[in-house]
Design a protein around this ligand. Structure first.
Ligand code: GCB
Length: 600
């Protein structure tokens, strides 16, 4: 789905701001048709933001079910004859959109991908309408991520889930009103390459596949360089543009061309859509990960969209600041753990040469870890009662939506189809094989991975051979060998050597770290201190440097983040190298020294 934009033929109105807000605690909103009236509440909530931490009432924070957002929108006068669209960048985890009394969209494939509705027949240019969006935060065994709603002895509904971040919900990203012509560019896929060597003199290629909204209509393509000089033109929905002396998109040195796609109706301009294009290649060869034919080493983080008060609400100030901090440390990449991030983040990564491993929201497909975390009895993960065929169908839809949204980002170099599933369990292979096939079918140009966890060590894991890159999360020195970095180092090295020998594939440490309270100190190896976090990361780095197949390290986590309550969490997960308000712990300085080559 193409992101809406302003162009010569399109217009865009941002609907962010304070919306009227109601929590449907009694579960009556649909019966009482709240969409057809002013919401029965005096609350207001900002969009974009998760609603959970805004209010002091714990019943709002802990609410399980639907909340309602509402505002009035005026359609611009000049939009006669246009297709008028409401676009919701995300509704976590399920959203229903109403225009006045009419339901126009329902999105139930997760809280991190966009959806839209054509509302042309329900609104009038120049007139106002009531826009209502109902949002549900419930997770079940057939949602991604999965969870379970229980009812306690007092009749309170509770959301259980098997992942380690707070179940923030609401409209955490922007909402838009957009106008586009009836005949418009509805999709485009670019595939880039180059011949010759990475460096001066190579000839770049941009293969473009365009879909128009209806039959008829011709397509004209124009590619401009960063100085806006035209470098290539072609006609046709499917065409190759070639660029003499191409400037490649490189990690740390982004270069974007601008592709303009014009839809022509009898020679007349019907629609114009512009897409930034970075020319680069990605390839896995042996135990190497090549970007533009050069071995790439990942340095950076697993992150979260998580800030105080806003929860998962997108915020451009944090976006800029977080990338500043990552650059300061010499981080060249990150993983969108554990769900697709806001499109603004992906666009920013494109413009600034930051490499991204793009992950679907498939986290918690693992009852083994859940039983450890929550002290429950371990059940079979892949079974009719839990992760079943229906879950798999939903998971496929999540992959489709992610690839559809992010396929044209040069920053995205690999898809991750899950974080820490029970890949040692029976049924995992049958579950994942079709997902990998689907991902490769949707995008034959990028490697595919999943993130393996410590219960599924080499020899136990049943799915690693299906993937191009081995991404490992390991907590030696933290969850195992706590406080004993000598044993931890031996255990880690032994395990990584075994993976290297068994698979010969490139390996990335996608999580390693230690919970650390800012300001706690010790002269000994004392968990939770700033010194211990540094010592643990140093230990991992020594081992990484001894294993040739290790081509990357992503520390867990960039910053402290909120989780559900638990005795192993202190107001959230404290494995950040920054606090939640982005103050550096000692580890941030240590990483800066390692990743900037000791020069900093
Ligand atoms: C993991 C998970 C991550 C957790 C982390 C931890 O393996 O992938 O979501 O937050 O461990 O800190 O326990």
């Amino acid at each position: 789905m193409l992101k809406p934009q302003n162009s010569a033929t399109r217009e865009l109105v941002n609907l962010d701001g304070l919306w009227s807000f109601a929590v449907d605690s009694e579960r009556v909103g649909f019966d009482e048709q709240w969409q057809s009236q002013l919401l029965p509440s005096t609350l207001e909530a900002p969009v974009p933001a998760s609603y959970n931490d805004l209010f002091v009432d714990p019943r709002i924070r802990d609410h399980v079910g639907w909340v309602w957002y509402q505002r009035t929108v005026r359609v611009p006068r000049g939009w006669d004859g246009q297709q008028i669209i409401v676009r919701v960048d995300s509704a976590t985890h399920e959203g229903i959109v109403y225009v006045d009394d009419v339901r126009v969209a329902h999105h139930d494939t997760g809280g991190y991908t966009p959806f839209e509705a054509d509302i042309s027949t329900h609104v009038e240019p120049g007139a106002e309408f009531r826009l209502t969006i109902a949002v549900n935060n419930e997770l079940s065994n057939v949602t991604i991520p999965p969870g379970e709603v229980t009812v306690d002895a007092r009749g309170r509904r509770k959301q259980k889930y098997y992942h380690d971040f707070y179940n923030y919900a609401g409209l955490a990203r922007s909402v838009w009103l957009a106008a586009r012509p009836a005949l418009h560019v509805s999709d485009v896929t670019v595939t880039t390459g180059y011949s010759g060597t990475n460096g001066a003199g190579a000839t770049g290629s941009v293969d473009v596949a365009t879909t128009l909204s209806g039959d008829g209509g011709d397509v004209r393509l124009t590619l401009r360089d960063a100085d806006r000089e035209v470098v290539a033109r072609a006609d046709g929905a499917h065409a190759r543009l070639t660029i003499d002396d191409v400037t490649l998109w490189q990690p740390g040195a982004a270069y974007l061309y601008e592709l303009t796609i014009e839809a022509l109706d009898g020679g007349r301009l019907a629609d114009e859509y512009t897409l930034p294009v970075g020319v680069r290649t990605v390839e896995v060869r042996g135990a190497e990960f090549l970007i533009n034919g050069e071995p790439f080493r990942f340095t950076g983080f697993g992150r979260h969209e998580d800030t105080p008060v806003r929860g998962k609400g997108h915020d451009n100030a944090y976006l800029v600041h977080d990338f500043q901090l990552m650059g300061w440390m010499g981080a060249n990449s990150f993983r969108t753990s554990h769900y697709p991030y806001a499109e603004e983040v992906m666009d920013f990564a494109d413009r600034h040469g930051i490499v991204v491993i793009d992950e679907v929201a498939a986290v918690g497909l693992n009852l083994g870890v859940a039983s450890g975390l929550f002290g429950t009895e371990a059940k079979r993960t892949f079974s009719p009662e839990y992760i079943n065929d229906e879950t798999q169908a939903v998971h496929k839809e999540h992959i489709r939506e992610l690839v559809a949204r992010d396929k044209n980002h040069p920053s995205v170099v690999m898809w991750s189809v899950a974080n820490e599933p029970g890949s040692h369990e029976d049924g995992s292979r049958e579950y994942f094989e079709p997902l990998v096939e689907l991902t490769r079918e949707l995008d034959p140009t990028r490697p595919v991975t999943f993130v393996n966890m410590m219960l599924a060590v080499a020899g136990q894991d049943k799915i690693c051979d299906l993937f191009d890159v081995l991404c490992l999360n390991r907590y030696y020195g933290w969850y195992v060998d706590t406080g004993d970095l000598v044993s931890a180092e031996a255990g880690l090295e032994q395990e990584l050597s075994q993976w290297q020998e068994m698979y010969g594939k490139p390996m990335i440490m996608t999580e390693y770290g230690a919970d650390t309270m800012q300001g706690m100190h010790s002269v000994w190896d004392t968990p939770w201190t700033e010194e211990y976090q540094v010592a643990l990361l140093d230990m991992f780095h020594r081992v990484h440097d001894r294993i040739p197949a290790m081509i990357g390290e992503h520390v867990w986590n960039f910053a402290d983040f909120q989780t559900s309550a638990g005795i192993i969490r202190v107001d959230g997960n404290k494995k950040g190298v920054f606090t939640r308000d982005r103050k550096p712990k000692a580890a941030a300085h240590a990483l800066r020294r390692r990743w900037t080559g000791g020069t900093a």
